[in-house]
Design a binder for this molecule. Structure first.
Ligand code: 13P
Ligand code: ZN
Length: 276
């Protein structure tokens, strides 16, 4: 089977294109990964071929032992993924000890997987532990408005969640558990991976202050949709703040509770307190 015809690769390429068109992927900004299902692997069994040695990950992810992942390459431009997927995406497999990976397909450009590999693998590990069949797609992007807000809003889960929830009812519906936030950390570092994966125990979206956003979802639509919703709310908030009056009116905790009761949401209780 031609791997480029596999459904998950088509979805992978589509998200890369969609994200690029949104303006969230300057140069090589952003990265994307998908943990393959049994049926994906079965379908590709005769098309995948191990190439090269095992390469150390720099951390251990024993929960992912034996798993295959499709992942963008370090330095890959999202705008080039649909033009040349074989160069810019790879399929890797994690070894039995969970401390190394090997390439099975793609990354023909000679690049290794994304520099944020540790974050991707540690988050996949958290999500797989929570639900083996659950979330499989991790999407990291550099959305303009959200990054801008990280320069002016206090850097806390509470402030970002509540501010964005208030922007449109879709927000509490799409991210009822709220959002995590890490202060600026070195891109590609183990510290960033550790802090983010800890927050992903609770949240599906984590803001990287002055850098971007990483979202987890059960499929490509869920991951991209979460990023899209967060960034749209951020865009509204930037406009509101730019009008210079602050918020003259806004939904209160009781309004969010009513939304929660009607739509049976499990809203994070810590975000349901009005501070004024
Ligand atoms: P990569 O090209 O290594 O994926 O890096 C892009 C990025 O956004 C790092 O945070
Ligand atoms: Zn980045």
């Amino acid at each position: 089977m031609n791997i480029l015809k596999a459904g998950f690769i088509k979805d992978f390429i589509k998200i890369a294109d969609d994200g690029y068109k949104m303006g969230w992927h300057e140069c090589n900004g952003g990265n994307l990964s998908y943990r393959l299902r049994e049926e994906d692997i079965e379908l590709l069994r005769f098309s995948l071929e191990a190439s090269g040695p095992f390469i150390n990950i720099g951390t251990r992810v024993p929960d992912l032992a034996g798993d295959y992942l499709a992942i963008t390459g370090a330095g890959s431009f999202f705008r080039n993924i649909s033009l040349s997927a074989y160069d810019n995406i790879g399929i890797i497999q994690i070894n039995d000890r969970g401390d190394a990976y090997r390439l099975w397909w793609g990354l023909a450009s000679g690049r290794g997987p994304t520099s944020e590999l540790a974050s991707h693998l540690m988050i996949h590990s958290v999500k797989k532990r929570a639900n083996k069949d659950g979330q499989r797609v991790l999407y990291h992007c550099h959305p303009v408005n959200l990054i801008a807000l990280s320069f002016v809003l206090p850097l806390s889960n509470k402030v970002f969640t509540r501010e964005l929830w208030e922007m449109m009812p879709e927000c509490p519906l799409v991210f009822p558990e709220g959002l995590g936030l890490v202060e600026w950390m070195l891109p590609g570092s183990l510290d960033l991976a550790l802090a983010t994966s800890q927050l992903m125990e609770k949240y599906n979206g984590v803001i990287w202050a002055h850098h971007g956003l990483i979202c987890s979802g059960e499929d490509f639509d869920a991951s991209f949709g979460l990023a899209h919703t967060i960034e749209k709310a951020a865009q509204i908030l930037v406009k509101v703040l730019s009008m210079g009056q602050g918020k003259v009116q806004r939904p209160r905790a009781r309004d969010l509770k009513a939304l929660s009761d009607t739509y049976k949401l499990k809203l994070g209780q810590e975000f349901l307190i009005d501070n004024d």
